[in-house]
Ligand binder design. Sequence first.
Ligand code: 5GP
Length: 211
Amino acid sequence: MAKKGILIVISGFSGAGKGTLVKKLLEKYDEYALSVSMTTRAPRPGERDGEAYFFTDKEHFEDTIRQNGLVEYAVYCGNYYGTPRAYVEEKLTEGKNVILEIEIQGALKIKSQFPESLLIFLTPPSGEELKRRLEGRGTENAEVIAKRLARAVEESEGVEAYDYIVVNDKLEKCVEEVHGLVEAARRAPVRQKAFIKEIREELQRFTKGAE
Ligand code: 5GP
């Protein structure tokens, strides 16, 4: 079967554990590539430019939008976040499954531009657990945590637009669940158009030979 990569969007409430999940997925399977986003938010302690994000200012971000350099972008809690176009296109062409770890507005833009993309929504087992994880992270002040919880309420309204919801309770189990969904999605005929075309043409050639 054709080995074409697919575009995977992983969203989830802030604190759902997307970062850890994606890191594990990349460590375990080499068929994934992670897109590094551009943002105008300030780096958190330990975040390095070009790894967590490409950190930039509003002016450069808006220039990049004008130059059509982003596949999608959104404003989240007062900052710009966007997906650089070049990397995504290059890796998909190489046959990698490209992961975008983005929020819901961006996810919807991706679905309308790339209908064959796979949208996965990651959530902790409960609201209580989400609050505990955000507070426990210790990298954000009370005001930011409150904003993120309010945003989580808004995002919960849009979850129906996703293809799958995955509960992040036990990390290892969650990694296998997501990988399983990707494997299954790749086998859907809509993502195997080139393979179907090839086998159909081959069969048609046999039929012609028999006439
Ligand atoms: P954080 O500030 O916690 O790193 O990210 C805030 C939110 O922005 C998260 O939900 C994250 O998934 C999302 N995000 C990160 N990069 C992008 C991007 O390129 N585009 C969009 N639309 N959202 C992003």
